[in-house]
Write a protein that binds this ligand. Structure first.
Ligand code: NAI
Ligand code: MG
Length: 354
């Protein structure tokens, strides 16, 4: 019997509406599998918590989380109340960095029952491996001389070890897939220090994987390929910022940001990994009961995969696709169903399949 201890952080906005369905999916997965159980503890860390306590989580928040094997997060952000850079750096980015979650995995896949906005999507199935701990998201820099002569500097940070481990992870992930093809996102024609370095490391690590097809593509062209020929891509490895932008584009071609999942992975398993949908707290629809729970529930599947329960994870993903194919979809996908109707329908299917 495998027992997994999970910290659940619903966070803000629709995070609070969709997390309960992700939690129910995990509980049902344990029931179906039989040899698996979850011990979950919920934490109210969020912008509301900030308003009360002046911080996004307690001072020892990171230490508390270190006692868990995984973190299941909804979304963070309440931009009218707390500035985004405060809420994101105070919780999400703090967790990603302190827990050495240096890989962000984001599948971009054409799903049954979802109309891609692409005219001819041809069954694309991409895995984006995003570097998650350094790169362009750096606190280094500053502003000086207020007024018309103001100067602003923002430094990107690329370490050899950080770059290597992200690229190696991508090659290893490609080795487990059918197509065995890695595309590296670069911009070495415009960003003349960090990106030629990135390409160099890609070449060096790539030589360890001769069985894997490999190519580098400039991020601007690659963005166009996500739209014009996504079916030609398999694993895509990208720096923090490039990966962030590409995966929202990925969510776009999938049909809605509301269905896209992600996993912040500490591959060494020394610290908990964190599983969260790609979308944010969506204040524009919060409280209406129409948030799509699919992203959060597919995120639960990624957690099952991470712990080696791929079989039951696949049943969950199949149940999600069955439900969407039956037309039980929220308004972001063109449907009329509520969060609860979609969530419950997926759980019912999952029970039937299990
Ligand atoms: P967002 O992802 O919250 O919303 C973008 C658009 O997609 C909105 O129109 C929203 O209604 C829609 N949408 C998002 N998720 C949906 C779902 N599950 N079902 C149906 N529609 C959905 O991004 P936005 O508006 O840029 O950010 C809102 C807040 O969330 C900000 O405070 C931002 O910083 C935060 N944020 C947090 C993230 C996280 O916790 N990982 C990621 C992205 C944004
Ligand atoms: Mg993003």
């Amino acid at each position: 019997m495998k027992n997994i201890e999970i910290a659940v952080i619903p966070g803000d906005g629709i995070g609070k509406e969709v997390v309960p369905f992700g939690v129910k999916a995990l509980e049902l997965a344990a029931e179906i599998h039989g040899g698996l159980s979850f011990k979950m503890q919920e934490f109210p860390w969020s912008c509301e918590y900030y308003v009360e306590h002046g911080r996004m989580m307690p001072e020892n928040g990171i230490d508390i989380l270190k006692n868990f094997e995984a973190i299941f997060l909804g979304a963070v952000g309440l931009p009218k109340t707390v500035p985004d850079h405060v809420s994101l750096w105070g919780l999400l980015i703090a967790i990603r960095r302190e827990m050495k979650q240096y890989i962000n995995l984001r599948p971009v896949k054409q799903m049954r029952g979802v109309r891609s906005p692409l005219a001819d999507p041809k069954g694309f199935d991409i895995l984006v491996v995003r570097e998650n701990a350094e790169g362009e998201y750096s606190p280094i820099g500053g502003r000086m001389i207020a007024g018309n002569d103001e100067i602003v500097v923002q430094n990107a940070v690329f370490t050899r070890s950080g770059t290597e481990r992200a690229i190696r992870f991508a090659f290893e992930a490609a080795g487990k897939r059918d197509r065995k093809f890695v595309t590296s996102a670069t911009k070495s024609n415009g960003i003349i220090h960090s990106m030629p370095f990135w390409d160099e490391v890609f070449g060096q690590v790539g030589r360890e994987f001769p069985e894997i097809q490999q190519t580098s593509t400039h991020i601007d062209a690659l963005s166009a390929f996500f739209v014009t020929k996504p079916q030609t891509l398999d694993v895509v490895v990208a720096s923090n910022l490039f990966g962030d932008i590409l995966t929202d584009l990925g969510a776009g071609i999938m049909g809605s940001i509301g269905i896209a999942p992600s996993a912040n992975i500490n591959p060494d398993r020394k610290y908990p990994s964190m599983f969260e949908p790609v979308h944010g707290s969506a204040p524009d629809i919060y409280g209406k009961g129409i948030a799509n729970p699919v992203g959060q529930m597919w995120t639960a599947k990624m957690m099952l995969d991470f712990f080696g329960f791929e079989d039951v994870g696949q049943l969950l993903l199949d149940s999600i696709e069955d439900t969407m194919e039956a037309g039980i979809i929220t308004p972001d996908l063109g449907g009329k169903a509520s969060t609860t109707e979609v969530g419950e329908a997926i759980l019912t299917k999952f029970k039937e399949r299990g």
